[in-house]
Design a protein around this ligand. Structure first.
Ligand code: IMP
Ligand code: MG
Length: 176
């Protein structure tokens, strides 16, 4: 980890995160009322968002996790994804909501959607906390997005750089 890196401007303040997570939880609760919802968290970045979102839901839901890693360069996604940890249980017939920290190129999510769609869920949607403009190149229609952010590398609220900064209660730019 280079000593040249430091936190820059705040992109999403802690109180804005908390307010938006409650709004998203309200929307998810209304949309899935009466249905048996399964949240799928993508390790590790989505854990903080998922924990806050799930606690604010007013409907019954369960949670499972996947861990994936992209092949190739560490800064840009190749879209070729390796499953490091698969789900514990089958999802056929389940209403599945993938909970992601951030959509950058969208390639990771595109792979995940194709993989999970092949397992026969009753429905499959995405709830992403953050989305960068580059994801427009991939045909993705996440049902819920917390914030559209500029094309900068950000950390905090689960997002890391070399495993650092995840526990920040806000999202900030990492400056070189
Ligand atoms: P994508 O395949 O380009 O959409 O990459 C998505 C994944 O890259 C996310 O799940 C994050 O793990 C990581 N990522 C993308 N942008 C950032 C960022 O600004 N900060 C931290 N991680 C990021
Ligand atoms: Mg991630």
């Amino acid at each position: 980890m280079s000593a040249e890196q430091h936190l820059g401007e705040t992109v999403v303040a802690a109180e804005d995160l908390q307010r938006r997570v409650l709004e998203l939880a309200d929307a998810v609760s209304a949309d899935y009322e009466g249905r048996d919802l399964l949240l799928i968290g993508v390790l590790k970045g989505a854990v903080f968002f998922l924990a806050d979102l799930m606690r604010a839901l007013r409907i019954h839901c369960e949670v499972d996790f996947m861990a994936i890693s992209s092949y190739g360069s560490s800064t840009k996604s190749s879209g070729v994804v390796r499953i490091l940890k698969d789900l514990d249980a089958a999802i056929d017939g389940r209403h599945v909501l993938i909970v992601e920290d951030i959509i950058d190129s969208g390639l990771t999510l595109q792979y995940l959607l194709r993989n999970l769609a092949g397992r026969g869920p009753a429905s499959l949607e995405v709830c992403a906390l953050l989305r960068k403009p580059s994801s427009a190149q991939v045909q993705l229609a996440p049902r819920y997005v917390g914030f559209e952010i500029p094309d900068r590398f950000v950390v905090g609220y689960g997002l890391d750089h070399a495993e650092r900064y995840r526990a920040l209660p806000y999202v900030a730019v990492l400056e070189e």
